[in-house]
Design a protein around this ligand. Structure first.
Ligand code: FAD
Ligand code: EPU
Length: 282
């Protein structure tokens, strides 16, 4: 009724792992369409860069943000000062890498630490993606969040956030954000991005959902899995990367169950409890 585009699609094409069966995909362009999409059980899909989706697919509908939720307004808002730049609204469905390229061109500093995260803005905010050089919440001025009950705007100060975590509840959809950045130069922003990017040198360039486990503090999960001798272990079409042990990669034709089996093996072999970073759907 609202005009949202509804299609039955394989989700493998929307995930960086390249795995995932079918679901009813609702691509929404405005709040009326989003509201209709949220009227039945749903999941919100971002860049699909942190997901392992079952080969059987999903019962729930899957919402993708398009239209006004994929638009970027980087005009300086009235709240801006000589030093600080406050943006207009940037859609939750905007790919983060493209946004960072624009910020580099404009010489706007604050989000360089998130370089190389292949997320959408909304997904990156939801879990506060980042690296030791910085994270999404470093550059937020305001958020707009939609739920079946309605749409609200809030300040990041109203949410506690931490390492790979925000207090935004599951299925509360980050529809748009406004950025709070420092005015700098394209050269300086570019240098900070390059510096953050060098920390990714050891990461595999294959189909993957990023790091499997959060670092448990102190020693990294990658080092623990490596020390357990698991690099290169293969189950079906999935493998623990020989380059970096906290990455599981799809060798081609991996099933979600292959990835699940590797995660289970890691948990059995590593003596320390590990918290999963990515999500298993369902
Ligand atoms: P998805 O994978 O689509 O979804 C993940 C979760 O976010 C789901 O619960 C989903 O429902 C929710 N979500 C998605 N969009 C929204 C929205 N608009 N509103 C509310 N919830 C939403 N992560 C890091 O933190 N640092 C890194 O350095 C890093 N490097 C990576 C490198 C590679 C090669 C890959 C593949 C991944 C990497 N990741 C990294 C992991 C991943 O990019 C992040 O977890 C990212 O935040 C996921 O965002 P997404 O938009 O892809 O979300
Ligand atoms: N290490 C090993 N063996 C391995 C992997 C790593 O010994 O197989 C060692 C490295 O030599 C290094 C240490 O472990 O001394 C840390 O490794 P790295 O520098 O690769 O950082 P990381 O802690 O493994 C974190 C994030 C990444 C982020 C990078 C770069 C987590 C779980 N991972 O990795 O984020 O890109 O830093 O800043 O916090 C993600 O979250 O998906 C992700 C990729």
């Amino acid at each position: 009724a609202s005009g949202a585009k509804v299609e039955r699609l394989a989700l493998s094409r929307f995930t960086t792992l390249g795995v995932g069966g079918q679901a009813e995909v609702w691509t929404v362009e405005n709040h009326a369409q989003l509201s209709e999409a949220m009227s039945a059980p749903y999941r919100i899909l971002g860049g699909g860069s942190n997901l392992v989706i079952a080969d059987e697919g999903l019962k729930e509908r899957v919402i993708r943000l398009g239209g006004e939720f994929a638009a970027t307004d980087l005009q300086a808002a009235p709240e801006s000062t000589a030093e600080h730049f406050i943006s207009g609204w940037v859609g939750g469905g905007v790919p983060l890498p493209g946004l960072l390229r624009k910020l580099r061109t404009l010489g706007l500093s604050g989000l360089e630490g998130t370089v190389g995260v292949p997320a959408q803005v909304g997904g990156a905010v939801w879990m506060n993606a980042g690296t030791r050089f910085g994270e999404m919440f470093d550059g937020l001025f305001a958020l707009e969040i939609a739920t079946p009950e309605g749409v609200s705007q809030l300040s990041p100060d109203e949410l506690p956030w931490g390492y790979r975590d925000s207090a935004i509840p599951r299925n509360h959809i980050v529809t748009r954000v406004r950025l709070q950045l420092t005015r700098s130069t394209p050269e300086a922003v570019s240098a900070k991005m390059q510096n953050a990017d060098t920390s990714r040198k050891g990461q595999p360039k294959m189909k993957t959902p990023g790091c499997a486990f959060k670092n448990p503090g102190g020693v990294g999960a990658g080092k623990l899995i490596d020390d357990a001798g698991l690099k290169g272990t293969q189950i079906g079409g999935a493998m623990i990367s020989p380059d970096h042990a906290n990455f599981i990669v799809n060798l081609g034709g991996a099933a979600a169950s292959d990835v699940h089996a590797l995660l289970e093996l890691i948990r059995q072999r590593v003596g320390v409890p590990l918290e999963l970073e990515y999500e298993l759907w369902p």
